[in-house]
Design a binder for this molecule. Structure first.
Ligand code: UT7
Length: 320
């Protein structure tokens, strides 16, 4: 049986840390409000000259090393981001050049916070249709560059970072690796979470705008419903799951989703306190840091779920 297995992982966080106290010197906010409403205590912030591709390249290099493969063994690069270096070319192409990876197809996926799950489904499909043997999947963001630092409702929520995995085609006795995925979008929500600028709209990049409560209400329902669907698709139940890694947007959303799914809190990975919301990077960052810490292990059954602008949402069940 052909399986799509994660054989390498890596992540990178910028050096600079911004605490809630640091933020309270910029906008009218405070540590107590941010912690109680979001669970966030700090976020990592890229330097002005540090680009999304710089973060992605470091995470990608680490994943390649961990996988024990050569750069030239990679035959696809899929990079999920909402904050590409430029309007074009894709940030994936800049990663390809830096890592000296042949003439492999390289492209960005724009599905905002769901981008990594979207990329996993695509990578799995490419492997199972014999188009690829090793795929580099990256989630990378420098959201600090599109945050409105005068808007306390959004600027406290986001951070920068990158996470990467190598997904390999392997012939296995039982199905391993990615067992099921489900993706969704509902564009009627496009003006609830968006950047108020763009190449065609006004030739600018825009800043993040969000109707926080609307998104909050959608998040818990859609994350849990989608996870249940992916569990059904691979004949598993929530009791089979060793770890739930939800998109890291808000601790209240993470806890609400876990409660709705009926999974105990000690099986839920939460990095939002130190990483904040890193959009497409949030799940691979949480996955990679947990693997490095030895919290998650080979053979564990993992549920991933994400929701973001669009709205887009989805889930994935995989065995490590
Ligand atoms: O990654 C994509 C998905 N995104 C999300 O999942 C985000 C979903 N939304 C959320 O996580 C929450 O809605 C927020 C964290 C954004 C906001 O939390 P909330 O509990 O929904 O707060 P709220 O918007 O209802 O605001 C409550 C109060 C307001 O004051 P009034 O009008 O009640 O006087 C806000 O002005 O809190 C005020 N407020 C703040 N106060 C201090 C809003 N932001 C801040 C702040 N510091 N940073």
């Amino acid at each position: 049986m052909l399986s799509s297995r994660i054989i390498g992982w890596g992540h990178y966080l910028p050096q600079k840390i911004m605490t809630n106290k640091d933020l309270s010197k910029i906008v009218d906010t405070n540590d107590e409000w941010i912690i109680s409403r979001t669970g966030i205590t700090q976020r990592f912030i890229a330097e002005k000259k540090e680009l999304t591709s710089d973060l992605a390249i470091i995470a990608g290099k680490k994943a390649i090393k961990k996988a024990g493969i050569k750069s030239n063994d990679i035959d696809y690069i899929i990079l999920a981001t909402t904050t590409p270096d430029q309007t074009f070319p894709s940030t994936a192409c800049k990663v390809q050049a830096s890592l000296k990876i042949g003439n492999t197809p390289s492209f960005d996926i724009q599905a905002v916070c769901s981008g990594f799950i979207y990329s996993l489904q695509l990578a799995d499909s490419l492997i199972k249709s014999n188009k690829a043997k090793n795929i580099l999947v990256i989630g990378a963001e420098t959201l600090s560059k599109i945050v409105d630092w005068d808007d306390r409702r959004t600027c406290v929520l986001f951070g920068d970072g990158a996470g990467a995995v190598i997904i390999k085609a392997e012939n296995t006795k039982d199905q391993q690796g990615i067992l099921s995925t489900n993706l969704f979008s509902d564009g009627s929500w496009h003006d609830s979470l968006y950047a108020d600028g763009g190449p065609s709209l006004d030739q600018k990049v825009g800043k993040i705008r969000m109707k926080g409560q609307d998104i909050f209400k959608q998040a818990v329902t859609k994350l849990s419903e989608s996870t249940i669907l992916s569990l059904k698709d691979c004949n598993k139940t929530i009791q089979d799951i060793n770890w739930l890694i939800p998109h890291q947007a808000n601790l209240r959303i993470i806890n609400g989703t876990a409660k709705r799914l009926g999974i105990s809190k000690n099986k839920v990975i939460s990095t939002v306190n130190s990483h904040a919301n890193t959009s497409a990077a949030s799940i691979p960052l949480a996955l990679s840091t947990s693997l490095d810490e030895g919290k998650i292990n080979h053979g564990d059954l993992i549920a991933l779920c994400a929701i973001g602008g669009g709205l887009t949402w989805g889930s994935c069940i995989l065995r490590l």
